[in-house]
Design a protein around this ligand. Structure first.
Ligand code: PLP
Length: 399
């Protein structure tokens, strides 16, 4: 079995799992308890918060721990828009966002918010997948409560520049939320450089445990008012009640520490494997099409350094001409990747991201997303490419 689906999730790093296990078995106090067990758990959470804050250039007090990025996105969007003192009634977002952003926004729209969804540049544009900058800047005005734009796309890996969007938001007093779930732990993320007010992340995307994430809420300068979505014991300054997931939070801190420490070497190695996978597939299927931002190729002038600035280094999304992605996946069950039909396999619709950059339905359905990660080896990428090529040619003979 070859795992090439690191955008869906990553395996927990063994060093992280060891720390999580220690917290589960030995340091198991409730971080709100007064006794020594509680104090020890609270200290561990505090230290993880410091590590995470440092990695993101935030303050520990600006972090709220959640069950993952889905909850963080809901807390950010519903929290800002449903605050009793929120007077503004407009939301600006991108068509290519994850459902964890699109769905809470759809709910707010049903409650009366006006929503502008900005389309990305199409496949023919060098900035394919990024939101159309002029369009988004024009959409943001003094009625805008929040703008939500992701930092790295989970399907085609596009890395979104946010500087001008942040500037415009702050000129008109709108808040900027960024779903950085696919970016944190993979590329450098600084809330200061991005100048965002809210940022979501999830530990299982950077070799941490599942079911734990965070929302950064800016505390300096402009006031960010959030209405809590989960109420109860008043933990986390009342913003997110519930007993803290101590092993998860400590595991997330440990995972982010390693991800940041090893980022440079991992990036180079993974980008090399992505290139290797693409080259091998392309040499076996000359009509193969790359969906999303360019990577180095005999036909492009993109350098390897350039390509990792525009696109997540482990991401490859390709269209197999006249063969359904689902059919390929079923024919090669030993290669784990993801089909072009939306990120959640519960939704059979063709990927809204691929459609937004100009694929038609059948092209979207012929696409597969690969996510190369830290444990991936050269041998695995070669083997995966060969199995896919073999299956592709067999399927093509059948049509
Ligand atoms: N946002 C993006 C961009 C994602 O890729 C994902 C995970 O697939 C999520 C949000 C949801 O994250 P979680 O699984 O932590 O709820």
């Amino acid at each position: 079995l070859i795992y090439l689906d690191h955008h869906a999730t990553t395996p927990c790093d063994r060093r992280v799992a060891a720390v999580v296990q220690r917290m589960l078995l030995e340091d198991y106090g409730n971080a709100s308890s007064q006794h020594r067990f509680g104090q020890s758990a609270a200290d561990a959470v505090h230290s993880a918060a410091e590590t995470i804050a440092q990695a993101l250039a935030a303050q520990a007090t600006e972090l709220v721990f959640t069950s993952g990025a889905t909850e963080s996105n809901s807390l950010a969007l519903l929290g800002v828009c449903q605050h009793p003192r929120q007077k503004r009634r407009k939301i600006v977002t991108a068509v290519t966002e994850h459902p964890a952003v699109l769905d809470p926004i759809r709910r707010l729209e049903a409650d009366g918010f006006v929503v502008e969804r900005i389309a990305p540049y199409p496949q023919s544009d060098p900035n394919v997948g990024q939101v159309d900058e002029e369009a988004i800047l024009n959409a943001i005005d003094d009625q805008t409560a929040v703008v939500s734009v992701m930092l790295a796309n989970n399907e085609i890996g596009t890395i979104q520049p946010l500087r001008r969007v942040a500037e415009k938001c702050h000129q008109v007093g709108a808040l900027l939320h960024c779903d950085a779930t696919q970016a944190v732990g993979r590329i450098p993320v600084s809330v200061v450089d991005l100048d965002v007010d809210l940022l979501s992340a999830s530990a299982h995307k950077f070799y941490g445990p599942k079911g734990v994430g965070l929302l950064y809420i800016r505390q300096t300068g402009r006031r960010v008012r959030i209405r809590p979505q989960i109420e109860g014991g008043g933990q986390q300054r009342g913003l997110r009640s519930g007993t803290l997931n101590v092993p998860g939070i400590v595991g997330m801190g440990e995972a982010l520490k390693w991800a940041v420490e090893e980022m440079d070497t991992a990036t180079l190695r993974i980008a090399g494997l992505r290139q290797r996978l693409w080259d091998r597939l392309k040499s076996g299927i000359p009509e193969l099409v790359l969906n999303g931002p360019s990577i180095a190729d005999a036909n492009t002038s993109i350098s390897p350094t350039d390509s990792v600035l525009r696109r997540l280094h482990g991401n490859l999304n390709v269209m197999f001409p006249r063969v359904e992605g689902e059919a390929l996946m079923t024919t090669v069950p030993t290669v784990a990747c993801s089909s072009g039909s939306a990120c959640s396999s519960v939704d059979p619709a063709p990927s809204h991201v691929l459609m937004a950059i100009g694929c038609n339905e059948s092209q979207a359905r012929s696409s597969l997303r690969f996510g190369i990660g830290r444990p991936t080896t050269e041998q695995q990428t070669d083997e995966a490419a060969d199995r896919l090529l073999d299956a592709f040619h067999r399927l093509r003979q059948m049509v």
